[in-house]
Ligand binder design. Structure first.
Ligand code: MTE
Length: 320
């Protein structure tokens, strides 16, 4: 197994890891317990869904093809234990994230496309076939959750954007709004948050753009208005609050890859046998419970995505 040694990284420790990799069991349980507190303090959080002009679109019909091997994570945990560094480099950002300006929300489709365009989110929501999918989510920090996302296949957006044949990658960019995102003051991060997929990955049936969760519009802390779900990859690939999709023939340099390339690679496919340089990926803590589960190759989705990675048995780089 390829084990790269860590570089003498000049960043603060917490800047170079999207996590509490050092978080012990007790801290995890305490963080999870913050859920009910937020829920109790949450009229502001709940008001968001009611005011959202897209609220009436949900719930949407579940696509039964994608099944879980575990219980769904309780909504209060999934919506109160978050990674969204634009609002702070800790898990308790849900309240701060309510400042996210969700309207107007436009999405730019540019680069190697037939015609560059900017689409309003509500127009896009009407044009896309919304469905619900139950997906596992495995964070690189070795915790996991299972969420009912609503949204549409990323392949549908690719089709809508009409990329040129030379486009090999899709680069995605999050909103970076200094006025509402205190994390942007942490200048050592390479804002905006950027992620990327190959076009083959972006058009794989599993790649999904979430616009809702738990039968409601997706809340700001989970990535309103548009958030990627690639359940076979580590959670940092699931870029939140996307405002731009760029079709390109250059592999995009991602946010975490720029910060710590030896720890968070471009591929980031989940694998229990490929260690993160600083911790094991063999098992995961199930958010909101005291349970540990064994991690599965490709997070259990190998049947859908394995063929995209013919080198998967020989190239550990695919799993970091
Ligand atoms: N997207 C943006 N823009 N900013 C972030 O900090 N964190 C990533 C991902 N998407 C992140 C992001 C990480 S590390 C994870 S695990 C998931 O979002 C967390 O999603 P959740 O808060 O819905 O659990």
């Amino acid at each position: 197994m390829l084990l790269k040694s860590r570089r003498g990284w000049e960043l603060p420790e917490r800047a170079a890891t999207p996590e509490g990799a050092y978080m012990n069991r007790r801290e995890f349980a305490l963080a999870a317990a913050a859920g009910p507190i937020l829920a109790a303090a949450g009229p502001a959080l709940r008001a968001f869904a009611a005011d959202d002009p897209s609220a009436k679109l949900y719930p949407v019909k579940r696509n039964e093809k994608y099944v879980l091997d575990r219980n769904l994570t309780d909504e209060k945990f999934a919506t109160s234990y978050n990674n969204f560094y634009e609002f702070g480099s800790h898990k308790g950002i849900a309240k701060a994230a309510q400042a996210l300006p969700v309207r107007p929300w436009t999405v730019v489709l540019d680069g190697m496309v037939e015609k560059e365009q900017t689409v309003d989110i509500d127009t896009l929501l009407k044009a896309m076939p919304l469905e619900e999918r139950l997906y596992r989510h495995r964070c690189v920090e070795a915790w996991s959750m299972a969420v009912p996302w609503s949204g549409f296949p990323l392949a549908k957006l690719v089709e809508f954007a009409k990329p040129k044949s030379g486009a090999k990658y899709l680069r995605m960019e999050s909103l970076a709004d200094k006025a509402t995102m205190p994390g942007l003051k942490e200048f050592w991060y390479p804002w905006p948050y950027v992620e990327g997929l190959t076009i083959e990955e972006a058009t794989n049936e599993l790649a999904f753009l979430a616009t809702g969760m738990y039968g409601k519009p997706i809340p700001p802390q989970n990535g309103a208005m548009l958030r990627l779900a690639t359940p076979w990859k580590y959670g940092f690939k699931s870029i939140k609050s996307i405002v731009k999709f760029t079709f390109t023939n250059q592999r995009p340099k991602t946010f975490w890859e720029t910060l710590a390339p030896n720890e968070y690679g471009f591929w980031a496919n989940v694998h229990p046998a490929v260690r993160h340089p600083r911790w094991s990926q063999a098992a995961e803590r199930v958010l909101g419970t005291d349970e540990m589960m064994e991690t599965m190759p490709f997070n259990g989705y190998e049947e859908f995505v394995g063929e995209m990675y013919p080198d998967r048995n020989n190239d550990p780089k695919l799993f970091m």
